[in-house]
Design a protein around this ligand. Structure first.
Ligand code: SAM
Length: 289
């Protein structure tokens, strides 16, 4: 496991994932009854963006200026994007970051924790020893949150169905393993067997290597419940960028959520462009019946 999210925190892919996750959380919260938010691949929780500005021995260009950096000074952000940026700014300020630029960025467990209600609950899994230690430290005094040094795929089996009988599962793996898509498809199928109405949100990259089209086709053929796909391409097809975009697959999305997501997909699709020819797109992979 070589992947460290630190170098990518706050980049376009994090913005896409986190800004769209928030209205999905709000969608589940339209019902009074609480739910479990299971973060299968949680990361360390808090990211110091100044570290990626300084770079490491490998000399890298920081990625967050083309992600959260592009929204930081924007006014009149549409709906849930305004709430997402507000939460990031609140988090940044909480850890002493200035208001001119993003210095501290919340990972998915923090974004979830900041948006959950009294009756909701967070369980976050992280397998990497150092990342888990940081996550444990972060959440030591948090109420209604637990952290686990567990394989996130196994946690789906172990934690579903939860006592709340409602669940939102975020699956955000590093795609280091060749068979990541197969593993996560099996995990979602197992999760749905245990809990047919659970909502799953799966992040995936758009790269040559990842073959996400084949994944989505296999996924749709596996007899899945209604599923939405929200993809962003930050450049056109012929681009030399290693990661040309990313997607979120939302299985069992909250009722009528596409109306909330559509304006965000359009806005971010344009805002996150790095080269001509990309854009955002929302579609049903498995339509509602
Ligand atoms: N979800 C986080 C966020 O949005 O802030 C970022 C997660 S990062 C893309 C993926 C994380 O999964 C890494 O921290 C990695 O150490 C961890 N990881 C890799 N394989 C895992 C597994 N099988 N179970 C749990 N965590 C795993």
């Amino acid at each position: 496991m070589n992947y460290r999210h630190q170098y990518h925190a706050g980049n376009f892919a994090d913005v896409w994932k986190h800004a769209l996750l928030l209205p999905i959380i709000r969608g589940l919260q339209r019902k009074e009854k609480g739910f479990l938010f299971l973060d299968t691949h949680a990361g360390r929780g808090k990211y110091d963006l100044r570290q990626s500005l300084r770079g490491d021995s490998l000399e890298r260009k920081p990625e967050f200026p083309d992600g959260i950096g592009r929204l930081w000074r924007e006014e009149n952000l549409p709906g849930a994007i305004g709430e997402y940026v507000w939460l990031v700014k609140d988090f940044n300020a909480r850890f002493g970051g200035g208001s001119d630029a993003a210095e501290f960025y919340p990972g998915s467990p923090w974004l979830a924790q900041m948006s959950l209600r009294e009756q909701d609950r967070l369980a976050a899994c992280e397998l990497h020893e150092e990342e888990f230690a940081a996550l444990k430290y972060e959440f030591e005094y948090e109420k209604r949150a637990s952290v686990h040094p567990l394989d996130g795929y196994k946690a789906i089996r172990a934690m579903l169905p939860p006592m709340e009988k409602r669940a939102l599962v975020l699956i955000d793996p590093p795609y280091e393993a060749q068979n990541e898509f197969a593993q996560l498809t099996d995990a979602v199928l197992e999760g749905l067997r245990r809990m047919p109405a659970a909502t799953f949100v799966v992040w995936y990259p758009l790269t040559e290597r990842a073959r996400s089209d084949a994944f989505l086709a296999t996924f749709a053929e596996a007899g899945m419940p209604p599923s939405l796909v929200a993809e962003v391409a930050i450049a056109g097809d012929g681009s030399s960028l290693k990661m040309r975009g990313c997607g979120l697959l939302v299985v069992n999305p909250p009722w009528k959520i596409q109306a909330d997501l559509q304006p965000l997909v359009e806005y971010l699709g344009e805002k996150l462009q790095q080269q001509p020819g990309g854009g955002g797109r929302l579609r049903w992979l498995v339509p509602e019946r």
